[in-house]
Design a protein around this ligand. Structure first.
Ligand SMILES: Cc1cc2nc3c(=O)[nH]c(=O)nc-3n(C[C@H](O)[C@H](O)[C@H](O)COP(=O)(O)OP(=O)(O)OC[C@H]3O[C@@H](n4cnc5c(N)ncnc54)[C@H](O)[C@@H]3O)c2cc1C
Length: 401
């Protein structure tokens, strides 16, 4: 194929994506994405978009074709990312598509793959991640949720914390302590469980912004069959680390930030500062330009990781670089969002953020989420492993220090 032919193919692909978005991306979903004050959309809107994408066969752009992915190459995925971001489409929830799915493709049994992967694609299963505990975050290998053997089952007792969307999920992938007699890493098992299992209680934790994304989950004699183990009993640490690479290398949002930057600059044109606008303010212009440079670095890192995945490789420890950069850029953009909203950033009017709400917002619609998003994005340098821990990984596994 000549380079001219391939560029023509990509142009046709881009047009196909644009036609699809013009046809399928509803105003309600656009509004839900634009007003989302958190890292994730609520399940209701999330699933509406997920279902549309699934119908088209495009819900899992990164999955290999044989498992239900669309079989796109890296350029097609780049085009998809650009067009969806520019059209204001919501992001899909990562726990199933970007974490549990790739983990099962890499480590699940044939039966697990055949059962769970189609359910992730269809949206029938909505997953949450049970890794962290009150005393085990960065030092994850110290986790203590007890898994005692009873015949062919585990009986679970203990707690998980910061579990994102546990209140919305019907399934959890979970790390449990199945052996206390060995080195911590060698006594962990990786299990899949149902959230309506008797003995599970989900307790909400509200963010400073007032939004509900994370929870504490309690386990009181919860019975889980050992057939739900991924990998071998006591060998869950290998699976857990593999999944973390996908979590950290998953959604850098580099391309998505391009659309955010455009919107910030537009907002700044309407924000008064003395007798000019914020857009004319030199320090705001310098700050947005610097954020743009960081965003381009993030996009390049993202492209490198996508290229490795397209070639059938795993993200590798370099995903920790992306995790940190992604958090830094995300946080910087929300700081600029508060600047761009000006005095309207101070308005607390969460009810005006619901799509279709007839409550008139005080100030421009874009400013309605500025402060909540600013607070919520502080968590990005903790969730998925803290900045310091990622730097330790890069020092050890990438730089060999
Ligand atoms: C919004 C949000 C969503 C989350 N969602 C989930 C989820 O869905 N599922 C889940 O399992 N977990 C989730 N987490 C938990 C997250 O993975 C942990 O918060 C994270 O791993 C840090 O653990 P910790 O909170 O216990 O902090 P700690 O480990 O107690 O760390 C405290 C501080 O000490 C520093 N530190 C610790 N060890 C070292 C070291 N060796 N070197 C240098 N500095 C160090 C850390 O960087 C941090 O600044 C979420 C967290 C947040 C904030």
């Amino acid at each position: 194929m000549t380079s001219q032919q391939s560029s023509l193919d990509y142009t046709a692909f881009r047009n196909e994506v644009r036609d699809f978005l013009a046809r399928e991306l509803t105003e309600e979903l656009r509004e839900a994405a634009a007003m989302c004050p958190g890292i994730f959309l609520d399940r209701e809107y999330n699933m509406k978009w997920h279902t549309i994408l699934h119908r088209q066969g495009w819900v899992a752009p990164a999955w290999p074709k044989e498992y239900g992915g669309p079989g796109w190459d890296m350029t097609q995925r780049q085009i998809w990312g650009e067009e969806t971001a520019l059209a204001g489409a919501p992001a899909t929830s990562p726990m199933g598509l970007s974490m549990c799915g790739p983990m099962l493709i890499g480590h699940g049994s044939k039966e697990q793959q055949d059962y769970f992967l189609p359910r992730i694609l269809s949206g029938e299963d909505y997953w949450c991640q049970g890794y962290s505990e009150p005393s085990s975050g960065s030092d994850l290998a110290s986790l203590g949720l007890r898994a005692d053997t009873d015949g062919d089952d585990f009986i679970l007792n203990g707690t998980k914390i910061w579990t994102t969307h546990a209140h919305e999920a019907n399934r959890m992938f979970c790390l449990v302590r199945s052996n206390t007699e060995v080195k911590p890493q060698q006594g962990i098992s990786f299990v899949l469980l149902e959230m309506d299992n008797p003995g599970i209680t989900v307790q909400p934790i509200l963010f400073a912004s007032g939004t509900h994304e994370v929870n504490q989950v309690f386990f009181d004699n919860v019975r889980v069959p050992k057939s739900n183990l991924v990998g071998k009993e006591n060998d869950g640490w290998t699976v857990a680390k593999y999944l973390l690479e996908f979590e950290r290398g998953g959604g850098g949002g580099g391309i998505r930030n391009k659309a955010v930057l455009k919107s910030l600059r537009q907002q700044a044109e309407a924000t008064p500062v003395s007798d000019a606008t914020l857009a004319q303010d030199r320090s705001f212009a310098r700050d947005t330009d610097m954020a743009e440079v960081q965003m381009l670095a993030l996009q390049a890192t993202e492209a490198r990781i996508h290229s490795a995945l397209t070639g059938g490789q795993r993200p590798g420890p370099e995903s920790s670089i992306m995790k940190n950069l992604s958090a830094t850029v995300g946080q910087r953009f929300t700081e600029l969002g508060v600047d761009a909203a000006g005095m309207y950033a101070l308005v607390h009017q969460p009810e005006a953020r619901t799509p279709g709400s007839n409550i008139e917002s005080v100030g421009p619609a874009e400013s309605m989420k500025a402060h909540a998003l600013y607070f919520n994005m502080r968590a990005m340098s903790l969730a998925g492993g803290t900045d310091e821990v990622q730097k330790n990984i890069v020092a050890k596994l990438v730089l060999g220090l």
